[in-house]
Design a protein around this ligand. Structure first.
Ligand SMILES: [Zn+2]
Length: 645
């Protein structure tokens, strides 16, 4: 998306601002380097994974034993009952998207049933096979977060209908026999997403036909591809789409112990990735190359890289881990924007100031990769990143209605919901495009990082009103009730309930941005915790214990550079603020410069049916005043103000 005239709001000269901008830029650089270089004074990056006897949180555990267990895993038996604003937003998505789409866009499965009918469907984009799988993945994770009964009924029916769409030979795509799998489409990529969704469903339900469908699809892939077989670079790019199936194949191997799935995954990672024109991910990552030098660095490759984490846990082979961590750190260093969105123009560019579209699918994939990074390292700063991306970019892609989504969530916050990708929609599938079926996965993924466990106990990453429940290895149940308006307010009260007193660690994420956090346990104030770490509260927990945390919501600023020089993004807690013309009388294209080093943020009230999560007035010493809110709806701009160049 090209930069528009008046796209940014910076207008006036302010020499003093430039000095502060430089200092702030240095500060930001220090922070990023600390994260990239694996350590800080307070919290060394953990690199040694701890063994855990039972790391599974799902009814159906993996049957293949990992050689190394992840440091963190979703908490055993986790159940959530979110409350407040985010809960209302997620309910809208369930009611207006997930439970509606199978009826409003029957083509989501009909493209599979009609695959050999003539005339061939038109349009039928090369990735049309992904819609069902992405939808199922997002829906199942959202069920994991909400346990919503209506959603479950919809998913149960959808899964059975999807399974019925499989050909006897295992094929589960939308293309006719003449062009299946090797025919120049993203056909294997489509199978990847269907397998991913079906495996998530199987994990939660134990429904064997879902796993059998994955096995039949994988068997067809094993028959088709492998040493001496056709290339997987037939996706019209360099194979990064089709080869992502290596991730699903390792996951399937862990559920089935069938060696050929692992063999094909390793063939892709060690041979197919190294074909001419392909991504060479393992080789280039181990050589320490930046992502922009990797031959294929479109965003889809993120899902390829997820295989490296799974292979590391399976085999304990350090090179997989080294490559995986390099790829994640490089993505963070080069391409994480002010919104927490990642990549520009659908690929890695090596700068967060590139003005290409920041596609929702890219950010969703990035959050999935970051979940693996969090599991691998146990570094709370990765959870900070996930929170940043989820609450700003990912939720920013979903309008208040919950019905559609945005393809592009640009740095200035201006989105055009639901009208960017109609060319992708098959007939009878108006809701279907790559992003619409994928965007809500970011909300569902909260279930995978909100409450986790390590070898010592529970790890709380997510703050927000609601009830968070998990089981301990002893089978005791712990409930953490959060009474808070976070992220609107800085105070979080956590009330503990257990069925029996037990000694374990409760680790609280102390965000990097919260420089001065106060924590009290049962009324006793603890020494100040270190930002960017987990605060380990190890004690005998019992019903009635109370933890009170107050984070530091001092306003923070990211001063832009390169094409965004002279602009600044404004943060309060985990939220990025946006200038909203509806609440202001100034011309958005002619704002006075904000003297941001004197800026204050005061919460404000509103009177309108579409509720903002947070509305505030930002004021500087010169008297410039803006009303800003967390960006989430069309027509808003980031508050980007500063000196004219
Ligand atoms: Zn997309």
């Amino acid at each position: 998306m090209a930069q528009k005239e008046g796209y940014h709001t910076m207008r006036k000269v302010n020499v003093g601002l430039q000095v502060v901008a430089l200092i702030s830029s240095l500060f930001l650089t220090v922070y990023l380097l600390a994260l990239v270089r694996n350590g800080s004074v307070c919290v060394p990056f953990k690199t040694v994974a701890a063994r855990q006897s039972d790391a599974s949180s799902n009814p159906v555990p993996e049957i293949t034993t990992n050689s190394v267990d992840p440091v963190l895993q979703p908490a055993r038996g986790a159940q959530y009952a979110l409350q407040g604003y985010l809960h209302r937003r997620i309910q809208r998505v369930i009611e207006r998207f997930f439970t509606v789409v199978p009826e409003s866009s029957p083509a989501i499965l009909q493209v599979l049933r009609d695959r050999d009918r003539t005339p061939v469907r038109d349009p039928l984009v090369p990735w049309a096979g992904e819609f069902a799988g992405k939808y199922l993945t997002a829906a199942q994770l959202t069920w994991r977060l909400t346990h919503d009964e209506n959603l479950k009924k919809t998913i149960d029916t959808f899964v059975r209908d999807l399974i019925a769409c499989q050909d006897p030979d295992g094929y589960l795509g939308p293309f006719p026999k003449s062009s299946r799998l090797t025919g120049g489409n993203w056909d294997v990529w489509g199978h990847y997403h269907c397998m991913l969704g079906l495996m998530l469903y199987y994990e939660d339900t134990g429904f064997e036909p879902a796993l059998e469908t994955c096995k039949k699809a994988a068997d067809l892939l094993c028959k088709t591809f492998g040493p001496g077989g056709p290339t997987l670079t037939c996706d019209g790019s360099g194979g990064e789409m089709n080869m992502a199936v290596c991730h699903a194949l390792v996951l399937l191997y862990k559920k089935t112990n069938i060696p050929r799935y692992l063999d094909l995954a390793k063939y892709i990672v060690h041979e197919a990735w190294n074909e001419e024109g392909a991504g060479h991910y393992l080789e280039y990552a181990l050589a320490g190359k930046p992502l922009t030098e990797i031959p294929r660095h479109r965003w889809e490759s993120i899902h390829d890289w997820q295989a490296l984490a799974e292979l590391y846990w399976l085999t304990a082979e350090e090179s997989y881990k080294q490559a995986f961590m390099h790829l994640w750190r490089e993505g963070l260093r080069g391409d994480r924007h002010n919104t927490g969105g990642v990549t520009s123009g659908e690929g890695f560019q090596g700068t967060p100031y590139h003005d290409g579209a920041i596609e929702t699918c890219c950010t969703v994939a990035w959050i999935a990769l970051s979940l693996d990074m969090l599991r691998m390292t146990g570094d709370s700063r990765v959870a900070d990143e996930i929170e940043w991306s989820t609450l700003n970019s990912a939720l920013g892609a979903i309008p208040y209605s919950g019905r559609v989504c945005a393809y592009n969530v640009p740095m200035d916050g201006t989105r055009t919901f639901g009208v960017e990708l109609p060319w992708q929609s098959p007939k009878a599938g108006p809701d279907l495009n790559c992003c619409s079926v994928n965007a809500n996965r970011a909300l569902g993924m909260i279930a995978q990082w909100a409450l986790m466990q390590d070898a010592d106990g529970l790890v709380l990453n997510f703050y927000g009103p609601g009830r968070y429940q998990a089981g301990l290895p002893s089978e005791n149940i712990v409930v953490l009730q959060q009474i808070t308006e976070y992220p609107v307010n800085a105070a979080v009260r956590i009330e503990v309930t257990t069925n029996a007193a037990e000694t374990f660690s409760l680790k609280l994420r102390i965000p990097s941005w919260s420089r001065k956090t106060t924590v009290r346990v049962d009324g006793e104030t603890l020494p100040p915790p270190c930002p960017g770490s987990y605060l380990n509260l190890r004690r005998t927990w019992k019903t009635g214990d109370v933890v009170e945390v107050t984070f530091d919501f001092t306003p923070r600023f990211w001063v832009g550079a390169e094409s965004h020089a002279g602009r600044v993004s404004v943060y309060r807690g985990p939220l990025l603020l946006a200038y909203d013309a509806r609440y202001n009388t100034l011309d958005p294209d002619d704002l006075p410069a904000l003297d941001y080093h004197t800026a204050t943020i005061e919460p404000a009230t509103w009177h309108e049916p579409i509720e903002p999560w947070f509305l505030a007035t930002v004021r500087d010493a010169a008297g410039n005043t803006y009303r800003c809110r967390r960006k989430y709806i069309y027509g808003v701009r980031l508050l980007e103000c500063g000196p004219k160049r």
